[in-house]
Design a protein around this ligand. Structure first.
Ligand SMILES: NC(=O)c1ccc[n+]([C@@H]2O[C@H](COP(=O)([O-])OP(=O)(O)OC[C@H]3O[C@@H](n4cnc5c(N)ncnc54)[C@H](O)[C@@H]3O)[C@@H](O)[C@H]2O)c1
Length: 284
């Protein structure tokens, strides 16, 4: 199947990075979000990141303009016409299903619907979407422009052509696809849960503090300490993923989500994107 235009829904932390990656690979890209301010901030971030590449000599000024011209920013659902969609909206099944069904009604019969969910069951999403055979999981990592790995999650309903088109697309944009089963947290988020949860327990038990734990873990070779990483991911998203994996695995004590993180979420301290989390940030 030929893909010319790709729609990305949700222009937050992930959607904006995925959209830029697609445009850099030459795809006509549609970035849809309900919130016009988020779209404006995504546009400004794209401009900044590309300008950074121009300054480093990695991209010409002309190429920068061509990449930007490939991205259409919209808050109108009616503009969402594409051959392939990647949704990166809130980590909740009901809004994801509602959006995918709206897109399915608007678009033609071959359109593929990918979800960037970190933890929700792709099979459960597919079951509730008009065309379950065209639903697939496509889990990018943060920052999407940099991280190479993409988990590709098929379900018992997924059409084999949808899987092969998706795997090809991931390679086409310079990423490394890894096929994984549809199980809670897939591979990476399942393995990573204790990294966050145990670190939070140490804080709850007052055995260490945020700065010290980040420093120690970074000195042992982790690229980012757990608290810096949670702030980058977004504490609202990370907490939702922790809750989802915990529930789906039958609530094992070792994966119980942290009260500290829940409190940060309730206080709006979502990390880098909101200006504060475990740390304070001057710009989101
Ligand atoms: N943050 C991460 O590190 C990360 C990594 C991999 C996957 N994910 C997954 O990606 C998805 C998005 O996460 P995020 O961190 O980018 O979230 P985010 O909160 O930064 O952005 C979500 C965006 O979706 C928009 N939105 C909400 N409902 C919408 C709708 N119905 N239609 C259009 N736009 C809508 C919001 O306005 C917001 O801008 C989640 O499923 C998350 O689990 C996140």
């Amino acid at each position: 199947m030929e893909i010319h235009t790709i729609g990305v829904c949700g222009a937050g932390t992930m959607g904006r990075g995925i959209a830029l990656t697609l445009a850099q690979a030459g795809y006509s890209t549609l970035l849809f979000d309900l919130n016009p301010d988020i779209l404006a901030s995504a546009r400004a971030q794209h401009e900044r990141e590309l300008e950074g590449l121009v300054q480093k000599g990695k991209v010409t000024a002309d190429k920068k303009e061509k990449i930007l011209a490939l991205i259409q920013y919209t808050n109108e659902l009616e503009n969402c016409l594409a051959e392939f969609f990647i949704e990166a909206i809130v980590e909740k099944i009901i809004p994801k299903v509602a959006l995918l069904n709206q897109l399915a009604e608007l678009n033609h019969g071959d359109c593929i619907f990918a979800s960037n969910t970190s933890s929700l069951s792709i099979t459960e999403i597919a079951k509730q979407v008009l065309h379950p055979e065209r639903v697939i999981g496509l889990h990018f990592f943060n920052p999407a422009t940099i991280m190479k790995l993409v988990e590709v999650v098929h379900t018992p309903f997924t059409n084999p052509d949808v899987l092969s088109t998706t795997l090809q697309l991931v390679k086409q944009i310079g990423k490394t696809p890894v096929q994984c089963s549809d199980s809670p947290g897939f591979i990476v988020n399942r393995v990573a849960r204790p990294y966050y949860i145990e670190s939070l327990r140490l804080i709850e038990e007052q055995k260490s503090n945020v700065e010290q734990l980040d420093r120690i873990l970074e000195s042992t070779g982790f690229k980012m300490g757990p608290f810096k990483l949670m702030d980058l991911i977004g504490n609202d998203i990370n907490f939702a993923v922790s809750c989802s994996v915990y529930e789906q695995l039958g609530k094992p004590e070792r994966l119980q989500p942290s009260f500290i993180q829940q409190q940060l979420v309730q206080e709006g301290k979502w990390g880098k994107k909101s200006g504060s989390g475990y740390y304070k940030y001057t710009s989101s």
